[in-house]
Design a protein around this ligand. Sequence first.
Ligand code: HEC
Length: 193
Amino acid sequence: MKLIKSIALVSLTASLLIAQGQGKKKDEALQSVVNTGKQSSKLLLKTLGSNMKKNMKAGGPMKALDFCSQEAYNLTEKVNKELPKGVTVKRISMKYRNPANKPEADEAAVLEALAKLKNANVILPKQVVQKVSADTYKYYKPLVINKKVCLKCHGDIQNVALKRAIEERYPMDKATHYKMGDLRGAVVVTIKK
Ligand code: HEC
């Protein structure tokens, strides 16, 4: 009886240890997804943000619009080339300006969930991780309209010339009438292990 008990105890301990090992491995895998996601989204936002600022300073919103419409997508591609193999980054929005930034179905589900949370006055998490398959994760950084300057091009646009230029370039534009604090979309980092 005693022997059986101790065997049972040993095997229980062993399986607990294995489970713990697997849990630890899972934690580590998740942590590395989060780290990669953080770094990649930061790199994209920094690259776009600093260039936008430069153009805004140099020539106001019309010049900044030229930058956004001509270079934002190319710069995103450039950032992607700098990321490790299996990692890509992009911006998405339910109310997108560039149709290339339309979310995929699994991404739309996350944006809709974030919008629901926001409507329930939940302070949004800094990041969300979605497991899309055995070896692929998507890291989301929610983007909120957090600077007044965003409203110049995404709010109720006051500047008539700017408004016209945006309509000309994006006849299907959905990305206007935002207010401060609105959920604008997300940066998505897809990480294939
Ligand atoms: C000078 C005008 C301008 C300003 C200011 C501006 N944007 Fe944009 N934004 C654009 C344009 C143009 C696009 C489409 C870019 C493209 O073609 O990829 C865009 C695209 C985006 C997208 C990608 C999704 C989509 O709709 O296609 C996000 C997210 C976004 N902007 C967020 C912001 C935020 C947040 C701010 C403030 C920090 C901001 N924008 C300020 C012009 C602007």
